[in-house]
Design a protein around this ligand. Structure first.
Ligand code: ACO
Length: 376
């Protein structure tokens, strides 16, 4: 079974164009990410998450009045149904991992008109994650506060305390930076599901399943674990060398598309720097920078032709940790941001209305004959 074989089969669909989109464009050679016309560094750090959701769905930024209305539309849909809460309580008792609980709970969101589902999905993903995390820890969920913005309310529901402006800015930066990213695996999964004329809720359930894997959205937790395990800069080289020697991958480095540094890593690195150098754990921040430098040096020797660089997950881990989020919430929080793009792609795919149905090449035996089990 061959990669790039004469049949046209390309393992991993690498370099295969599977959709046209106006939502985001990734230029992996020069390290550029464009979100609906804006360079990622232009939006993330300035715009609120609600503005970016509106942008992705409508291809324009909302004016002040429209933004206020849109915020209200989202804030009014943050509450969870009885069915969702009952499910979260039941699975919290079983100590189900957060991404699995999120996947199950999103499946309880009511289906209906596309617009309504998209609003409900963006609004209630943070509520599901926060409610589940509190139940998981033996606490009661905190009801959403409609007077808070999307990012502030997420932090509030997690802790029960109103977050500082600096924290809200940090989280808004993160959510905007990861809101969409070309034809990544979870987005592709969502588009495939909608292409069958299925609903947006099913598409987002499928996307969450794809995001969960360690090669996609599951990397930031392990990336931070590595920093903690290393503990001090002088141990970084030996630790990382051993990891590579065992054939393991360094989480937070490398990317299918980027051949240079992921531009989201820069945006999140600036946000992390702001956070850690004002009020955060400066020692951890310095250690993480040393680990990154050492990892890049070792990876350059490990796969010389590949130019393995820092990806979004390394600084995601540092930033989200600085915002007080436990590692278990890193990937779920990625979903909280990426649902903007997933739903945007659902709208695009719905408008295109073309079933995604590639072919496969049969490479198995032919003309086998069935015989009864006792004769095999
Ligand atoms: N550490 C060590 N070696 C690596 C790494 C890494 N992080 N990334 C790639 N390599 C090596 C591979 O082992 C491979 O070597 P080989 O040719 O000897 O087998 C070579 O570089 C090429 O790797 P591929 O798997 O072909 O690269 P691909 O483009 O498919 O992989 C991926 C991209 C999956 C992200 C990979 O770099 C990786 O596993 N990184 C670690 C996990 C991670 O950080 N994931 C988050 C990605 S960002 C996101 O999805 C939001």
């Amino acid at each position: 079974m061959g990669e790039n074989s004469g049949t046209g089969f390309v393992a991993g669909l690498e370099d295969v164009v599977a959709a046209e989109t106006r939502l985001s464009g990734v230029d992996g050679e020069v390290g550029e990410l464009t979100i609906a016309g804006f360079p990622v560094e232009e939006l993330a750090g300035r715009a609120s998450y609600e503005e970016v959701v509106y942008l992705l769905w409508n291809d324009e930024l909302p004016g002040a009045g429209r933004l206020e209305d849109f915020r209200g539309e989202l804030a009014g849909r943050r509450g969870l149904s009885r069915a969702t809460l009952d499910l979260l309580r039941a699975v919290a008792a079983e100590k189900v991992p957060v991404m699995d609980a999120l996947r199950m709970a999103v499946g309880t969101v009511r289906t209906g008109a596309d617009d309504e589902e998209a609003l409900a999905l963006v609004s209630c993903l943070p509520t599901i994650v926060a409610a589940y995390w509190r139940l998981f820890g033996g606490e009661e969920p905190v009801a959403p506060d409609p007077d808070l913005g999307h990012a502030a309310n997420y932090l509030y529901m997690l802790t029960g305390e109103r977050p500082s402006e600096e924290f809200v800015r940090g989280l808004d930066t993160y959510l905007c930076a990861v809101s969409d990213h070309g034809m990544n695996a979870s987005t592709f999964a969502a588009r495939v599901i909608v292409s069958t004329r299925s609903d947006f809720v099913s598409a987002v359930v499928g996307a969450i399943g794809a995001l969960k894997g360690p090669l996609h959205g599951g990397a930031p937790g392990p990336a931070l674990d590595v920093v903690f395990e290393i503990g001090e800069s002088s141990r970084a080289e030996e630790y990382l060398r051993e990891k590579l020697g065992r054939g393991e991958r360094l989480m937070g480095f490398g990317h299918r598309i980027y051949r240079v540094r992921d531009p989201r890593a820069d945006v999140l690195a600036s946000a992390a720097e702001r956070l850690y150098t004002t009020d955060g754990d400066k020692e951890l921040y310095r250690l993480a920078l040393d680990v990154e430098r050492t990892a890049l040096r070792l990876l350059a020797g490990h796969r010389p032709g590949r130019n393995l660089q820092t990806n979004v997950e390394f600084y995601t881990a540092l930033l989200l940790h600085g915002l007080g989020l436990p590692t278990e919430l890193f990937t779920p929080t990625f979903a909280v941001g990426r649902v903007a793009g997933w739903t945007g792609h659902c709208f695009e795919q719905r408008a295109l209305d073309r079933l995604i149905r590639p072919r496969s090449e049969y490479v198995g035996d032919k003309d086998r004959r069935w015989v009864p089990p006792v004769e095999r």
